[in-house]
Design a protein around this ligand. Sequence first.
Ligand SMILES: C[S@@+](CC[C@H](N)C(=O)[O-])C[C@H]1O[C@@H](n2cnc3c(N)ncnc32)[C@H](O)[C@@H]1O
Length: 196
Amino acid sequence: MTGYYDREAVRYDATRGGRPRARAAATALAGLLGPPSGPVLDLAGGTGSVAAELTAAGHRVLVLDGSAGMLRLAAQRIPGRVVRGSLAALPVRTGSVSAVVAVWVLHLLPPELVAATMAEVARCLAPGGRFVSTVDKRAANHGTPRDPDATDCRDTVTRLAVHNGLTRYADGGFAGHGQRTDAGATPWYPLLCLGR
Ligand SMILES: C[S@@+](CC[C@H](N)C(=O)[O-])C[C@H]1O[C@@H](n2cnc3c(N)ncnc32)[C@H](O)[C@@H]1O
């Protein structure tokens, strides 16, 4: 999967809505996170386009990704704030981050990695911290009903989060500028926010 993104990195921003999409996502995330406080971990943050917008809004963001190609671009946007690593073993101390965000990530992962990632998210979050993730991404892409078998299905992510001690906090979403559903509309990407 990350080999694909190594190759895709050079055209990623131009084909995924560029800055308008990143800004819409960051604005929605920031609304759910509340005012900047402690560190924010951007899981599989890719080229850092969303992280750069959150940084501009005052958040201190660290981008983690498995793709060296994607991270090269992220490092140009937020130098010194990128790390290559595994979602199943996040390189941060227990209870040390105020928030974890995951945009367009969980739908790509096998179920066992989503479960491991959710356990790691819960471990890393400080008390009062928040986790915000896109859910039901492919259904949003296509403008179709959500798929209960998708690994980013809202109910599945909520169940895993609750299993790891998080609680449902709020919902949100953002417009996928530069993307089109099968019917030609701009997709709306739902966000799920959980609290520690
Ligand atoms: C669709 S991109 C989303 C990037 C970014 N969050 C955004 O919204 O632009 C998915 C990202 O997940 C990363 N990724 C996929 N599987 C991963 C894994 N197992 N560990 C770490 N990163 C992974 C890819 O390298 C890629 O950067």
